[in-house]
Write a protein that binds this ligand. Structure first.
Ligand code: ATP
Length: 196
């Protein structure tokens, strides 16, 4: 089964692009959503988080103590790396078992992840797509979507690689500005993937 990775900076529109692929019947694995679910459901991950960040990482009900974790990893790259080293393998395992359940008549699957290149998970994909948009447009979209300030969005963007860095590792690009049709670009890529 052909696996295509798809990523893009915050607000680039990667989720929006994935929705277009879904309308063509292509199954999409949303790694960031799955990661959040695994934090409260994967026993290996939960045990690892408790060991690394303390029992108080979870409430007695099993709910994640987001505030506690955020305080530790915020502005501390070593602690953030530690968290990622626990989360990423859990997501890899989940992706593997998800991919095994995809019906054999499906031509290819997509794996959407914000940190596709940063986490190394692009290596598990046969080809990778980078969704791009200008900084000001990405900022405006996320400020509107999340009700966040410019500074908050910029701080989140700071934690990701630049498009320039990511573009060196991407096989395909989708430009998502007001002047570019994502539908036409997705259709063109879909045709190419069917031939791979
Ligand atoms: P994040 O990394 O934060 O999850 P993302 O790259 O997945 O972001 P989306 O959530 O797809 O980005 O898009 C960000 C916002 O911009 C959303 O509110 C979405 O509806 C809007 N948006 C994205 N692309 C377009 C477009 N081509 N036209 C109009 N709105 C768009």
């Amino acid at each position: 089964m052909l696996k295509i990775g798809i990523t893009g900076g915050i607000g680039s529109g990667k989720t929006t692009v994935c929705k277009v692929f879904e309308t063509l019947g292509i199954p999409v694995f949303y790694a960031d959503t799955v990661a959040k679910e695994l934090m409260v459901s994967d026993p290996i991950l939960i045990a690892g988080v408790k060991k690394a960040f303390g029992q108080e990482s979870y409430a007695a009900s099993g709910a994640l103590n987001n505030k506690h974790i955020a305080q530790i990893v915020f502005n501390n790259q070593t602690e953030l790396d530690k968290l990622n080293a626990l989360v990423h393998p859990a997501v890899f395992r989940a992706f593997d078992s998800w991919a095994k359940k995809v019906p054999s008549n499906v031509p290819y699957t997509l794996k959407e992840a914000a940190l596709l290149f940063e986490s190394g998970s692009y290596q598990m994909c046969d080809k990778n797509i980078l969704v791009t948009a200008p900084l000001e447009l990405k900022l405006a979209r996320v400020m509107q979507r999340d009700g966040a300030s410019r500074e908050q969005v910029l701080a989140r963007m700071d934690k990701q690689w630049s498009d320039e860095q990511k573009s060196k590792m991407a096989d395909y690009f989708i430009g998502n500005t007001e002047h570019q049709s994502i539908i036409l670009q997705v259709l063109a890529l879909h045709e190419q993937f069917l031939k791979l």
